[in-house]
Design a protein around this ligand. Structure first.
Ligand code: PEP
Ligand code: MN
Length: 342
């Protein structure tokens, strides 16, 4: 349920509603715009309805939410969420962020080379996997904490925030010590215990769409993170499973436009995992900007032929520079500015 307060409702009216809700054992989440305050209520439905909140001073209306999510919805928060990192990069609300780096962290030299190149081309954040979700248990599984350290050092040298995957909830605290944004991979999108845990940690989260997840399932997974109190969440469309095999996945651009209207959270597109093919990355990145995405996540490797993971979909560094140059006119057209720290 959402409690919509009257325009410019007083602080005491708002806190009174919150007190009544909390007194009845419900959780109250505030969305405070310049004019309107909306209170998202979570708790036992019957008990909340019996409170007759309509009659309280300052309350304009009560909206019953039938969808399985509310805090992530535009009804709860009409304004775009902007996620800002301590390095100065931001995403959402007109800021378009390119997140770039290798599929997996391989060596300090590799990370420094990539970080230098992608920051020079205008990337807002550095990515790299230290814990890799691999289909085969015999494939390279990542360098773990050593990889986190290599990525942190390279990122710090160029003032970039680090985005990296938390593969197992048991590693969440360790990863959080090294990273700025905690990525939940497609295979973990519905790992509800992990989402609960990340919702309680004070670190921005990047949630990737599951391989066969519907838009409603993505938003419901996102709701777990916000329900825990964490408002800094970025969603990522990374392609879904279809009958098509020419591409690794099928990029669902309609989902990007749909999510932009359904939620206030920033949405990025990962054209690397969506296509699995280097030559399709730039066209799909361009399409993402036009579809309304707030950013892209692209795999970039100094020598894709020798990458330990996902070489065929990785751009080399000049390829990434070209891609970034090609996005500028489309960003202008879409009213977006770079989310990289200036
Ligand atoms: C990744 O971004 O490194 C990754 C493994 O992607 P996904 O979870 O989308 O497959
Ligand atoms: Mn990859």
């Amino acid at each position: 349920m959402l409690v919509v307060m009257r325009d410019h409702a007083s602080r005491s009216d708002i806190s009174h509603v919150v007190e009544v809700l909390e007194g009845a054992g419900a959780q109250a989440h505030l969305s405070q715009g310049e004019v309107k305050t909306i209170i998202g209520v979570i708790g036992d439905r019957e008990t909340i309805y019996s409170l007759e909140l309509e009659g309280l001073p300052g309350v304009e209306s009560i909206v019953r939410v039938l969808k399985p999510y509310k805090l992530v919805s535009r009804e709860f928060q009409p304004e775009d969420t902007v996620v800002t990192l301590s390095q100065g990069s931001s995403i959402g609300g007109g800021a378009f962020a390119a997140i770039a780096g290798p599929c997996s962290v391989e060596s300090p030299e590799q990370m420094t080379t990539v970080a230098r190149a992608v920051s020079g081309s205008g990337a807002a954040m550095l990515r790299g996997g230290a814990y890799k979700p691999r289909t085969s248990p015999y494939a390279f599984q990542g360098l773990g904490v050593d990889g986190l350290r290599m990525m942190r050092e390279a990122a710090d040298e160029f003032g970039l925030p680090v985005v990296t995957e938390v593969l197992d909830v048991r590693d969440a605290q360790t990863v959080a010590e090294w990273a700025d944004v905690l990525q939940v991979g497609a295979r973990n999108m519905q790992n509800f215990m992990m989402l609960d845990e990340l919702g309680k940690m004070g670190k921005p989260v990047l949630l990737k769409r599951g391989l066969s997840a519907t838009i409603e399932e993505v938003l419901s997974a996102a709701e777990y993170v916000l329900k825990g109190g964490n408002r800094d969440l970025i969603l990522c469309e990374r392609g879904i499973r279809t009958f098509e095999t020419y591409t690794r996945n099928t990029l669902d651009l309609a989902a990007v436009a749909a999510l932009k209207s359904l939620t206030h959270l920033p949405i990025i597109v990962d054209p690397s995992h969506a296509t699995g093919r280097r030559e399709l990355v730039a066209p799909m990145a361009k399409a993402a900007v036009v579809a309304g995405a707030d950013g892209i996540m692209v795999e970039v490797h100094p020598d894709p032929e020798r990458a330990r993971c996902d070489g065929p979909q990785s751009l080399d560094m000049p390829g990434f520079e070209d891609l970034m140059r090609g996005l500028v006119p489309l960003m202008d057209l879409s009213g977006k500015h770079s989310g990289a720290a200036s």
